[in-house]
Write a protein that binds this ligand. Structure first.
Ligand code: ZN
Length: 336
Protein backbone atom coordinates (compact mmCIF):
# COMPACT_ATOMS: atom_id res chain seq x y z
CA UNK A 1 0.00 0.00 0.00
CA UNK A 2 1.22 3.48 -0.79
CA UNK A 3 1.27 5.60 2.37
CA UNK A 4 -1.00 8.17 0.69
CA UNK A 5 -3.70 5.49 0.50
CA UNK A 6 -3.64 5.27 4.29
CA UNK A 7 -3.35 8.97 5.08
CA UNK A 8 -3.30 12.09 2.97
CA UNK A 9 -3.77 15.84 3.34
CA UNK A 10 -7.19 17.37 2.61
CA UNK A 11 -8.47 20.93 3.21
CA UNK A 12 -9.95 19.74 6.53
CA UNK A 13 -6.63 18.21 7.62
CA UNK A 14 -4.98 14.78 7.38
CA UNK A 15 -7.54 12.13 6.38
CA UNK A 16 -7.53 8.33 6.54
CA UNK A 17 -10.00 7.16 3.87
CA UNK A 18 -9.99 3.52 5.07
CA UNK A 19 -10.83 4.37 8.70
CA UNK A 20 -12.80 7.45 7.63
CA UNK A 21 -11.22 9.72 10.23
CA UNK A 22 -9.27 12.97 10.27
CA UNK A 23 -6.33 13.87 12.49
CA UNK A 24 -6.52 17.35 14.11
CA UNK A 25 -9.09 18.57 11.57
CA UNK A 26 -9.46 22.32 11.17
CA UNK A 27 -13.19 22.08 10.45
CA UNK A 28 -15.97 19.94 11.96
CA UNK A 29 -15.85 16.29 10.78
CA UNK A 30 -17.55 12.94 11.50
CA UNK A 31 -14.62 11.39 13.38
CA UNK A 32 -11.59 13.28 14.67
CA UNK A 33 -8.43 11.94 16.28
CA UNK A 34 -6.85 14.77 18.28
CA UNK A 35 -3.17 14.97 19.21
CA UNK A 36 -3.42 17.68 21.91
CA UNK A 37 -5.53 20.47 23.35
CA UNK A 38 -4.06 23.57 21.64
CA UNK A 39 -6.85 25.39 19.85
CA UNK A 40 -5.45 24.99 16.33
CA UNK A 41 -5.36 21.19 16.74
CA UNK A 42 -8.36 20.61 19.01
CA UNK A 43 -11.46 22.32 17.71
CA UNK A 44 -15.03 22.01 18.89
CA UNK A 45 -17.90 20.60 16.83
CA UNK A 46 -16.80 17.13 15.69
CA UNK A 47 -19.35 14.30 15.83
CA UNK A 48 -16.85 11.84 17.39
CA UNK A 49 -13.52 12.56 19.06
CA UNK A 50 -10.82 10.07 20.00
CA UNK A 51 -8.01 11.51 22.16
CA UNK A 52 -6.22 10.92 25.44
CA UNK A 53 -8.29 11.38 28.60
CA UNK A 54 -6.35 14.56 29.43
CA UNK A 55 -6.85 16.07 25.98
CA UNK A 56 -10.59 15.34 26.20
CA UNK A 57 -10.70 16.96 29.67
CA UNK A 58 -8.82 20.00 28.36
CA UNK A 59 -11.23 20.33 25.40
CA UNK A 60 -14.16 20.19 27.80
CA UNK A 61 -12.59 22.90 30.00
CA UNK A 62 -12.05 25.16 27.01
CA UNK A 63 -15.19 24.56 24.94
CA UNK A 64 -17.77 23.29 27.42
CA UNK A 65 -19.57 19.97 27.87
CA UNK A 66 -20.93 19.87 24.32
CA UNK A 67 -17.53 20.19 22.62
CA UNK A 68 -18.30 17.07 20.57
CA UNK A 69 -21.08 14.56 19.95
CA UNK A 70 -19.34 11.52 21.37
CA UNK A 71 -15.93 11.07 23.00
CA UNK A 72 -13.62 8.11 23.40
CA UNK A 73 -10.48 8.12 25.54
CA UNK A 74 -7.31 6.38 24.36
CA UNK A 75 -4.72 5.26 26.90
CA UNK A 76 -1.07 5.53 25.85
CA UNK A 77 -0.09 2.36 23.98
CA UNK A 78 -3.64 0.98 23.73
CA UNK A 79 -4.46 -0.41 20.27
CA UNK A 80 -7.80 0.69 18.88
CA UNK A 81 -9.36 -0.69 15.69
CA UNK A 82 -11.20 1.76 13.46
CA UNK A 83 -12.69 -0.02 10.42
CA UNK A 84 -9.64 -2.27 10.10
CA UNK A 85 -7.09 0.49 10.75
CA UNK A 86 -5.07 0.10 13.95
CA UNK A 87 -4.44 3.35 15.82
CA UNK A 88 -2.52 3.99 19.03
CA UNK A 89 -1.50 7.07 21.03
CA UNK A 90 2.04 7.71 22.35
CA UNK A 91 3.44 10.58 24.46
CA UNK A 92 4.64 13.63 22.49
CA UNK A 93 6.21 15.65 25.34
CA UNK A 94 4.50 18.84 24.17
CA UNK A 95 1.83 19.65 26.81
CA UNK A 96 -0.20 17.62 29.31
CA UNK A 97 -2.06 14.84 27.46
CA UNK A 98 -0.27 15.47 24.16
CA UNK A 99 0.13 12.44 21.93
CA UNK A 100 1.60 11.20 18.69
CA UNK A 101 -0.86 9.03 16.79
CA UNK A 102 0.34 5.84 15.10
CA UNK A 103 -1.87 4.67 12.21
CA UNK A 104 -1.26 1.16 10.90
CA UNK A 105 -2.66 -1.10 8.17
CA UNK A 106 -1.17 -4.16 6.41
CA UNK A 107 2.26 -3.65 7.95
CA UNK A 108 2.50 0.04 7.01
CA UNK A 109 2.78 2.43 9.94
CA UNK A 110 2.48 6.21 9.81
CA UNK A 111 3.12 8.30 12.91
CA UNK A 112 1.56 11.75 13.18
CA UNK A 113 3.63 13.42 15.87
CA UNK A 114 1.45 16.52 16.22
CA UNK A 115 3.53 19.06 18.11
CA UNK A 116 6.40 17.63 20.12
CA UNK A 117 9.62 18.40 21.92
CA UNK A 118 12.53 16.43 23.38
CA UNK A 119 13.61 18.75 26.21
CA UNK A 120 12.86 17.86 29.84
CA UNK A 121 9.38 18.98 30.95
CA UNK A 122 8.04 17.73 34.30
CA UNK A 123 4.50 18.87 33.38
CA UNK A 124 3.91 16.13 30.80
CA UNK A 125 5.00 12.63 29.75
CA UNK A 126 8.24 12.63 27.69
CA UNK A 127 8.26 12.02 23.91
CA UNK A 128 8.34 8.32 23.12
CA UNK A 129 10.02 7.49 19.77
CA UNK A 130 7.85 5.06 17.77
CA UNK A 131 9.34 3.07 14.89
CA UNK A 132 7.45 3.78 11.67
CA UNK A 133 7.58 3.86 7.88
CA UNK A 134 6.39 7.44 7.55
CA UNK A 135 7.12 9.99 10.26
CA UNK A 136 5.08 13.19 10.08
CA UNK A 137 6.93 15.94 11.86
CA UNK A 138 6.16 19.53 12.67
CA UNK A 139 8.71 22.16 11.68
CA UNK A 140 7.71 25.20 13.76
CA UNK A 141 11.39 25.93 14.45
CA UNK A 142 12.66 24.12 11.37
CA UNK A 143 15.61 26.33 10.52
CA UNK A 144 19.25 25.85 11.54
CA UNK A 145 19.23 29.20 13.40
CA UNK A 146 16.86 27.83 16.02
CA UNK A 147 18.64 26.45 19.07
CA UNK A 148 16.66 26.61 22.28
CA UNK A 149 18.76 27.27 25.39
CA UNK A 150 18.40 25.43 28.71
CA UNK A 151 15.03 26.65 30.09
CA UNK A 152 16.44 26.83 33.63
CA UNK A 153 19.05 29.32 32.44
CA UNK A 154 16.19 31.44 31.09
CA UNK A 155 14.38 31.28 34.45
CA UNK A 156 17.63 32.32 36.15
CA UNK A 157 17.44 35.53 34.10
CA UNK A 158 14.01 36.16 35.59
CA UNK A 159 15.21 35.48 39.15
CA UNK A 160 18.20 37.79 38.61
CA UNK A 161 15.88 40.51 37.37
CA UNK A 162 13.69 40.12 40.47
CA UNK A 163 16.74 40.74 42.66
CA UNK A 164 17.85 43.64 40.50
CA UNK A 165 14.44 45.35 40.40
CA UNK A 166 12.74 44.37 43.67
CA UNK A 167 10.12 47.12 43.29
CA UNK A 168 8.87 46.08 39.88
CA UNK A 169 6.06 43.63 39.16
CA UNK A 170 7.40 40.96 36.82
CA UNK A 171 4.69 40.05 34.32
CA UNK A 172 5.33 36.89 32.30
CA UNK A 173 3.36 36.27 29.14
CA UNK A 174 2.83 32.54 28.62
CA UNK A 175 0.21 30.63 26.64
CA UNK A 176 -2.60 29.31 28.78
CA UNK A 177 -2.20 25.60 27.98
CA UNK A 178 1.17 24.10 28.77
CA UNK A 179 3.56 27.02 28.66
CA UNK A 180 2.11 28.81 31.70
CA UNK A 181 2.20 25.69 33.87
CA UNK A 182 5.66 24.73 32.65
CA UNK A 183 7.02 28.20 33.42
CA UNK A 184 5.52 28.12 36.93
CA UNK A 185 6.97 24.63 37.52
CA UNK A 186 10.38 25.79 36.22
CA UNK A 187 10.34 28.80 38.55
CA UNK A 188 9.66 26.40 41.46
CA UNK A 189 12.43 24.06 40.32
CA UNK A 190 14.81 27.03 40.40
CA UNK A 191 14.02 27.50 44.08
CA UNK A 192 11.48 30.36 44.06
CA UNK A 193 9.01 29.77 46.91
CA UNK A 194 6.96 33.01 46.96
CA UNK A 195 3.35 33.04 45.77
CA UNK A 196 2.99 33.26 41.99
CA UNK A 197 -0.02 35.25 40.79
CA UNK A 198 -2.01 34.17 37.75
CA UNK A 199 -4.41 35.96 35.40
CA UNK A 200 -7.98 34.64 35.57
CA UNK A 201 -7.68 33.15 32.07
CA UNK A 202 -5.14 30.62 33.39
CA UNK A 203 -7.07 29.52 36.47
CA UNK A 204 -9.01 26.55 35.08
CA UNK A 205 -6.03 24.99 33.31
CA UNK A 206 -3.68 25.55 36.26
CA UNK A 207 -6.26 23.90 38.54
CA UNK A 208 -6.50 21.00 36.10
CA UNK A 209 -2.73 20.51 36.03
CA UNK A 210 -2.62 20.55 39.85
CA UNK A 211 -5.46 17.98 39.89
CA UNK A 212 -3.37 15.79 37.57
CA UNK A 213 -0.50 15.82 40.09
CA UNK A 214 1.61 18.67 38.72
CA UNK A 215 2.68 20.67 41.79
CA UNK A 216 2.70 24.41 40.99
CA UNK A 217 3.28 25.59 44.57
CA UNK A 218 1.43 28.60 45.99
CA UNK A 219 -0.53 30.11 43.10
CA UNK A 220 -3.02 32.91 43.69
CA UNK A 221 -5.34 34.99 41.52
CA UNK A 222 -3.80 38.26 40.33
CA UNK A 223 -6.87 40.31 41.16
CA UNK A 224 -5.83 43.86 41.78
CA UNK A 225 -7.69 46.48 43.80
CA UNK A 226 -7.57 49.96 42.36
CA UNK A 227 -6.74 51.28 45.81
CA UNK A 228 -3.58 49.24 46.20
CA UNK A 229 -1.33 49.58 43.16
CA UNK A 230 1.63 48.52 45.30
CA UNK A 231 0.10 45.16 46.12
CA UNK A 232 2.21 43.31 43.57
CA UNK A 233 5.55 45.06 44.13
CA UNK A 234 8.31 42.64 43.24
CA UNK A 235 5.83 39.85 42.56
CA UNK A 236 5.75 37.33 39.70
CA UNK A 237 2.53 37.42 37.70
CA UNK A 238 1.79 35.02 34.84
CA UNK A 239 -0.83 35.82 32.23
CA UNK A 240 -1.77 34.97 28.65
CA UNK A 241 0.11 37.12 26.08
CA UNK A 242 -3.17 38.78 25.02
CA UNK A 243 -3.60 40.27 28.51
CA UNK A 244 -0.46 42.34 28.09
CA UNK A 245 -1.96 44.44 25.34
CA UNK A 246 -4.88 45.66 27.45
CA UNK A 247 -5.23 47.79 30.53
CA UNK A 248 -4.82 44.84 32.85
CA UNK A 249 -1.01 44.99 32.64
CA UNK A 250 -0.80 48.74 33.20
CA UNK A 251 -2.41 48.45 36.60
CA UNK A 252 0.70 46.88 38.05
CA UNK A 253 3.53 48.75 39.66
CA UNK A 254 6.26 49.60 37.12
CA UNK A 255 5.52 46.39 35.23
CA UNK A 256 8.46 44.57 33.72
CA UNK A 257 7.20 42.57 30.76
CA UNK A 258 8.66 39.13 30.12
CA UNK A 259 7.46 36.64 27.51
CA UNK A 260 8.17 32.90 27.48
CA UNK A 261 8.26 31.63 23.89
CA UNK A 262 10.59 29.95 21.43
CA UNK A 263 10.09 33.01 19.24
CA UNK A 264 11.93 35.13 21.79
CA UNK A 265 15.10 33.92 20.05
CA UNK A 266 14.17 36.40 17.36
CA UNK A 267 15.19 39.74 18.86
CA UNK A 268 12.94 41.68 16.51
CA UNK A 269 9.86 39.85 17.78
CA UNK A 270 10.67 40.68 21.39
CA UNK A 271 11.26 44.33 20.51
CA UNK A 272 8.03 44.66 18.54
CA UNK A 273 6.05 43.18 21.44
CA UNK A 274 7.58 45.59 23.94
CA UNK A 275 9.12 42.65 25.79
CA UNK A 276 11.81 43.80 28.21
CA UNK A 277 12.81 40.31 29.32
CA UNK A 278 12.56 37.67 26.55
CA UNK A 279 12.62 34.10 27.89
CA UNK A 280 13.41 31.53 25.21
CA UNK A 281 11.28 28.63 26.43
CA UNK A 282 9.62 26.49 23.79
CA UNK A 283 7.32 23.48 23.75
CA UNK A 284 8.50 22.59 20.25
CA UNK A 285 11.65 20.94 18.95
CA UNK A 286 14.47 23.22 17.92
CA UNK A 287 16.47 22.39 14.76
CA UNK A 288 18.94 19.94 16.40
CA UNK A 289 16.05 18.10 18.13
CA UNK A 290 14.18 17.73 14.83
CA UNK A 291 17.25 16.23 13.17
CA UNK A 292 18.16 13.91 16.04
CA UNK A 293 14.55 12.69 16.30
CA UNK A 294 14.40 11.80 12.60
CA UNK A 295 17.80 10.08 12.87
CA UNK A 296 16.67 8.14 15.95
CA UNK A 297 13.38 6.95 14.47
CA UNK A 298 14.90 6.16 11.08
CA UNK A 299 11.69 6.30 9.00
CA UNK A 300 11.80 5.43 5.31
CA UNK A 301 9.92 8.64 4.55
CA UNK A 302 9.33 11.98 6.28
CA UNK A 303 6.37 14.30 5.77
CA UNK A 304 6.79 17.82 7.10
CA UNK A 305 4.00 20.08 8.30
CA UNK A 306 3.27 23.45 9.90
CA UNK A 307 6.25 25.71 10.03
CA UNK A 308 9.42 25.98 8.00
CA UNK A 309 8.78 22.92 5.86
CA UNK A 310 11.28 23.47 3.06
CA UNK A 311 14.51 23.51 5.10
CA UNK A 312 13.72 20.25 6.84
CA UNK A 313 12.61 18.59 3.59
CA UNK A 314 15.90 19.66 2.04
CA UNK A 315 17.90 18.29 4.99
CA UNK A 316 16.10 14.91 4.68
CA UNK A 317 16.85 14.77 0.96
CA UNK A 318 20.53 15.44 1.61
CA UNK A 319 20.44 12.47 4.01
CA UNK A 320 18.73 10.35 1.31
CA UNK A 321 15.46 10.19 3.23
CA UNK A 322 12.51 10.83 0.88
CA UNK A 323 10.57 13.82 2.25
CA UNK A 324 7.70 16.07 1.26
CA UNK A 325 5.98 19.16 2.64
CA UNK A 326 2.28 18.71 3.41
CA UNK A 327 1.28 22.38 3.11
CA UNK A 328 -1.53 21.95 5.63
CA UNK A 329 -3.22 25.22 6.50
CA UNK A 330 -4.80 26.38 9.72
CA UNK A 331 -2.10 25.52 12.25
CA UNK A 332 -0.78 28.56 14.06
CA UNK A 333 0.38 27.11 17.28
CA UNK A 334 -0.81 28.98 20.32
CA UNK A 335 1.71 27.25 22.53
CA UNK A 336 5.04 28.00 20.89
ZN1 ZN B 1 0.63 22.68 20.25
Amino acid sequence: MRPEALLHPTPAGLFCPIGRFHVDPVRPVERALITHGHSDHARAGHAKVLATRQTLDIMRLRYGDDFCGEEQAAAFGEEIDIDGVRVSFHPAGHVLGSAQIAIEKDGLRIVVSGDYKRGVDPTCAPFDPVACDVFITEATFGLPVFHHPDPKAEIDKLLTSLKQFPERSHLIGAYALGKAQRVIRLIRDCGYQEPIYIHGALAKLCDYYVGQGIDLGDIRPATIEKSSPDAFKGAVIVGPPSAFQDRWARRFNEPLIAFASGWMMVRQRAKQGGVELPLVISDHCDWPELLSTIAEIGPSEVWVTHGREEALVRWCELKNIPARPLHLVGYEDEGD
